[in-house]
Design a protein around this ligand. Sequence first.
Ligand code: HEM
Ligand SMILES: CC(C)=CCC/C(C)=C/CC/C(C)=C/COP(=O)(O)OP(=O)(O)O
Length: 309
Amino acid sequence: MLAIICNKFFNSKTECYFKMSITFSRKLNDYVKLAKPRVISLLDMAALTGFVLGLTKVTDIMSWVYVIPVLIGGSLAAGGGMIINGGLEIEKDKLMQRTSWRPTVKGEVSKKEAYMVGIFLAITGTAIGLLDNLLTSLFIALGFLVYVLVYSIWLKPRTWWNIVIGGLAGSAAAWAGYAASSNAFDIESLMLGLLVFMWTPGHFWSLALRFRDDYAKAEIPMLPVLVDEKTSAKAIAISNILMIPFALYLSVYLGIVYSIITAIFSSILLYYNFKLLKNPTKDEAWRSFKFSSPYLAIILMVAIILKII
Ligand code: HEM
Ligand SMILES: CC(C)=CCC/C(C)=C/CC/C(C)=C/COP(=O)(O)OP(=O)(O)O
């Protein structure tokens, strides 16, 4: 097949393979950009934390094999969701400075192509989750569906509650990880997922406050577009204050060292939020946002390490 195409369109096989490999690597690069790899890495961290908390015996090397399907399947489905989101929002992304560079906006990946590749990745990811168990696969599908249908299509264009409910997509990553090692959903798993859920509004509203002009231009009703800077900063601080008990709750399973480290990093997060409250500028909002992902990553990493040692 490849040989026929090469003979028809190119002077030599070498030229044909060279051009094809360049086209392929460009496309791959476009899809990787659309799939937001940094977001996926933190989702994977949440899934890994769920996985480790769900292990009955961390020293049982064989049980670690089950981490592979949930991480690969979850990453593919989450990436698929974000690629579809890119296809859904071409017109809006065009208007926003932060997103105007996206391959979907530049015409390098068409809407139809984004939908097809995204759906393919979501189905593949969900199927890979089945290698662990049905519950894992269901949570991967739940994360994808909440993100694409509930958040991106239904709530995002309609209400500032969009990301509050949309946060459940992130919880699903933690639940999938826990299910992969335990085939269960219990209080421990629920609370880890709720930590991600409660963390999401503070994370996102900081970014939305930084890019409030962008969101206003695209007429997306994010909270900082609907209320003034001071009220947005208050909402960020309050939502993070409400999140901290969920972060600390995991001490029940992880002990005093976890609670001390979590308390220290939570104080730093609140310090950024109070600075933002005092001075609700774009720069301060950016600083709050930039600390939010490392905050969650550190807490999750500490949880993983403490459970293993
Ligand atoms: C509905 C819920 C959420 C919304 C609306 C949201 C929104 C965003 C947006 C718009 C960005 C900027 C991305 C870009 O321009 O490429 C971002 C960055 C990011 N998000 Fe979220 N997010 C949500 C939930 C989550 C969850 C659950 C996680 C992981 C647990 C996460 C992890 C990250 C990370 C790691 C970054 C990159 C941070 C950086 O650049 O410093 N987000 N998020
Ligand atoms: C399978 C699984 C567990 C899926 C999880 C999906 C998930 C939690 C995605 C994170 C949400 C996210 C990065 C939204 C970006 O907002 P946006 O799309 O509104 O950003 P934009 O303004 O940059 O388009």
